[in-house]
Design a protein around this ligand. Structure first.
Ligand code: ASP
Length: 439
């Protein structure tokens, strides 16, 4: 069995980081398939190579000298090569890229060269085979990721090499045009490679020691989650928590392969395991994590005897369907219904409220803005008593008014809607209630 290891941009930002990466790979013989990102920031004001490439490509399009514009990018790669003491030269690659920039090969092509060049260097340094993603990761002619073709081709190609480096972030369309995934997409490539070789684990090496139980900008030094299920991760990611690219769980999830988030700078930390099923939290903990987002609006609808009007909800949903608008929650009362939508969505569809009014003839309809949603997520809350009570007690002690409550039937999360002004305080007090007490 093999492990797939993906390293993010900060893990490969300079030669020193490359050395750490090589040590991690060499310390476990199973770490045989490697997916690198492009070099990221070395310090906070630094520029990621991916961004340098986008800018360079745009400037060449404005008529600037391509060779001169590309020079700082070549210098970054050459710096890594010489600091590592490699004899490799990428000059011929640079020339080809500059030519293709002049021929306007596309912004995706431009951005992808960061992963491409970095992978050539890493493969050379490790003594692994370089496998160009353009030869085995595919998109359809209309730009959709082609999962089946990719899976078949990748597993066939990689079965020919006991060790390989596959650049993250991009693939090719049937005509050979390079296309990238969305930003941060090397995570997705790692997942696709893990599925293709049926890896025992997909290790995603980054610069944090795992997935945090709350946003560190709000909670001081939040705990690192040891185990999280795919479902919990989806809930938390959807509500704004981020470490992994949002699509990265899908390929491995289909194959039941766990993901382990690890820290390149502290490789002894066990990190976070993302798994299909996990045991209840140790020590009686109920909550896995807390996340939230601001900028939601409630369309509040009141109508006498709404409860007995068959098809009322269907008519409202028809409006949303027609507008192409998604919604978050629909808490209902007997004669009231609240449609929670993102404020941004509502602004994009300004006629929605009028349309609902026309179609449902309510007694009263209004839009309430500045709502924040906080999701308290935990597989262990199922069948445990008192979780909601504790959330409400924490909020009530902090004098925070709850405007909406939603608990899915899966009992995986409880979502509360509060005023945006209370957002940070709410997350802090809920965190304290569940994470700082013994149970
Ligand atoms: N280098 C790309 C980006 O900066 C992809 C990645 O790092 O995953 O978004």
């Amino acid at each position: 069995m093999a492990k797939v290891v993906k390293f993010g941009g900060s893990s490969l930002a300079d030669a020193n980081q490359f050395r750490k990466v090589a040590e991690i790979i060499r310390s476990d013989k199973k770490r045989r398939y490697v997916v690198p990102s492009a070099p990221g920031k070395r310090f906070s004001d630094d520029i990621k190579v991916t961004d340098m490439l986008y800018n360079c490509y745009d400037r060449v399009g404005e008529g600037k000298n391509a060779t001169a514009e590309f020079l700082p990018i070549a210098e970054r790669f050459d710096g890594i090569i010489s600091d590592l003491g490699l004899t490799l030269s990428l000059d011929a690659e640079y020339e080809k890229i500059i030519e293709n920039f002049k021929k306007r090969a596309g912004r995706d092509y431009a951005a992808s060269r960061g992963e491409y060049l970095n992978s050539i260097i890493l493969a050379n340094y490790l003594g692994f085979q370089f496998v160009d993603a353009a030869k085995c990761i595919f998109f359809t002619a209309d730009g959709e990721f082609d999962a089946d073709l990719t899976d078949a081709c990748l597993s066939a190609v990689l079965s020919g090499y006991s060790e390989a480096v596959v650049p993250g972030f991009y693939g090719a369309k049937p005509d050979g045009t390079i296309q990238t995934f969305s930003r941060g997409g090397s995570d997705f490539t790692g997942s696709v490679v893990a599925k293709a070789i049926n890896a025992e684990i997909y290790e995603n090496w980054t610069d944090v020691s795992g997935f945090l139980a709350a946003d560190p900008r709000i909670v001081d030094d939040p705990e690192i989650i040891d185990y999280i299920t795919y479902k919990e991760l989806r809930e938390l990611s959807y509500m704004g928590a981020s470490v992994l690219h949002q699509d990265a769980i899908f390929p491995v999830r289909a194959a039941n392969i766990p993901i382990n988030i690890r820290n390149t700078n502290v490789p002894s930390d066990p990190g976070t395991m993302i798994v299909p099923e996990a045991p209840d939290k140790e020590g009686g903990r109920v909550i896995t994590g807390i996340a939230g987002k601001k900028h939601f609006s409630v369309i509040s609808i009141e109508k006498d005897e709404m409860n007995s009007e068959i098809g009322f909800l269907r008519r409202i949903l028809t409006v949303l369907d027609h507008e192409g608008m998604s919604f978050e929650h629909i808490p209902t009362g007997i004669d009231t219904m609240s449609l929670v939508v993102s404020t941004e969505e509502l602004e994009k569809h300004p006629g929605t409220v009028e349309y609902i009014k026309e179609i449902t003839h309510p007694n009263h309809i209004e839009v309430i803005n500045n709502l924040a949603l906080v999701a308290v997520v935990g597989r262990s809350m199922k069948e445990k008593r008192g979780t909601a009570t504790r959330i409400f007690a924490a909020l009530s002690h902090a004098n925070i008014n709850i405007k909406m409550i939603d608990q899915g039937s899966s009992e995986l999360n409880i979502i509360v809607g509060i005023d945006e002004a209370d957002f940070e305080k709410a997350i802090k007090v809920i965190y304290d209630m569940f994470m700082l007490s013994e149970i």
